[in-house]
Write a protein that binds this ligand. Structure first.
Ligand SMILES: Cc1cc2nc3c(=O)[nH]c(=O)nc-3n(C[C@H](O)[C@H](O)[C@H](O)COP(=O)(O)O)c2cc1C
Length: 329
């Protein structure tokens, strides 16, 4: 049985990947996670606000913070965010030397601008691939969904045309027709899609999120949402698919790959439970592969229940209806 996988054309020893976070900043920590079985590392993001030539956004945030508004709203002091771009690029080189597995840089922005040229710098620094995070929270009622999507596709096109390394796009689930946008992102040059961004409550309990135990009713809502969309996108698209969010155990990995993921990006579990989490997850994942007589990741991916469904949309409505009509505890 083999658990090697291919993500955006890059061969990886297993589907377990360290997701974008400070875990990739710390050379020692990243190496421990790789020794425990992680097959690639995604760096934390370089943010548009750090890079934009006009610096407007940073100044705005700085002012908000200076007069206490930002603190009251729970914003992080922007000066704490500013790993300089030079330091970021140097870090890519350091991590790459230290871990000996593919390293994926991350750019995070929502409006076209000068920051996009950092894709080239990240490539030149030696990153094997780039993750483009388009995190945005549109709040202007005069801007249509089509305008928002057009802008995101423009950014994807600009980035993918500026580099030779493969580019994955980290998406938000809040799109009216996710499969349509995902196909357009693929046509715009995305070699991979990462499902999904998570939205953070600064007061939230990350440790609870990383827990191995199931939530009430045995559901993990972050995982469930992603499994559904993985299964839908895997039916229609050729791009690589990554899950990010809610993968805390080997069982979660098994479900994600079965739904269509080529890789599982994990942050919270590794952050709160350390390299032991990676070892446990991989051991459990292998056991489940054996139990189900799966020879390879492709074999498991081909077992998605959605492949056999004529109308996943109708099935999802029935599943939803059953869930709501289940007797309560
Ligand atoms: C402390 C922390 C920092 C993060 N930084 C980034 C980042 O810089 N860029 C990014 O795209 N995602 C970032 N994320 C989001 C993660 O990559 C991931 O999408 C999210 O944590 C969900 O996965 P999980 O359930 O395994 O934690 C961060 C998450 C955490 C907890």
């Amino acid at each position: 049985m083999k658990i090697s996988t291919t993500y955006m054309g890059i061969k990886l020893a297993s589907p377990l990947v360290v997701g974008a976070s400070p875990l990739g900043d710390d050379t020692e920590r990243a190496r421990e996670l790789v020794d425990a079985g992680a097959a690639a590392v995604v760096m934390h993001s370089l943010f548009q606000e750090q890079l934009d030539a006009d610096q407007f956004s940073s100044l705005y945030l700085r002012e908000m913070y200076a007069d206490n508004q930002g603190q009251q709203l729970g914003f992080m002091d922007p000066s704490a965010l500013t790993t300089s771009p030079e330091e970021y690029l140097a870090r890519i080189q350091r991590i790459k030397r230290a871990v000996g597995v593919p390293v994926i840089g991350s750019l995070n922005g929502s409006r076209p601008g000068g920051w996009i040229r950092y894709a080239e710098h990240i490539e030149q620094a030696g990153a094997d691939a780039l993750e483009l995070n388009l995190y945005a929270f549109p709040s202007d009622p005069t801007v249509s969904a089509m305008d928002v999507e057009r802008q995101m596709l423009d950014i994807i096109r600009m980035v993918t045309e500026s580099v030779r390394i493969p580019v994955a796009v980290k998406l938000s689930p809040f799109l009216s027709s996710l499969p349509h946008f995902a196909a357009a992102a693929q046509n715009a040059g995305a070699a991979g899609l990462v499902l999904f961004n998570r939205f953070y409550d600064p007061a939230g309990d990350g440790a609870a999120h990383a827990s191995k135990t199931s939530e009430p009713h045995g559901e993990n809502p972050h995982l469930q949402l992603r499994l559904y969309w993985l299964a839908v996108l895997a039916m229609h698209l050729k791009t690589s698919l990554a899950i990010s969010g809610g993968v805390n155990s080997g069982e979660d990995m098994f479900k994600a790959v079965k739904a269509g993921a080529h890789v599982c990006q994990v942050v919270s579990a590794m952050m709160y439970r350390g390299p032991g989490a990676a070892r446990e997850m991989l051991a459990d994942f292998r056991n489940r592969m054996e139990e189900h007589r799966c020879d390879s990741i492709e074999d498991l991916r081909s077992r998605s229940r959605f492949e056999q469904m004529p109308d996943p949309e109708a099935c999802e409505r029935i599943r939803y209806m059953h869930a709501l009509q289940r007797p309560t505890l």
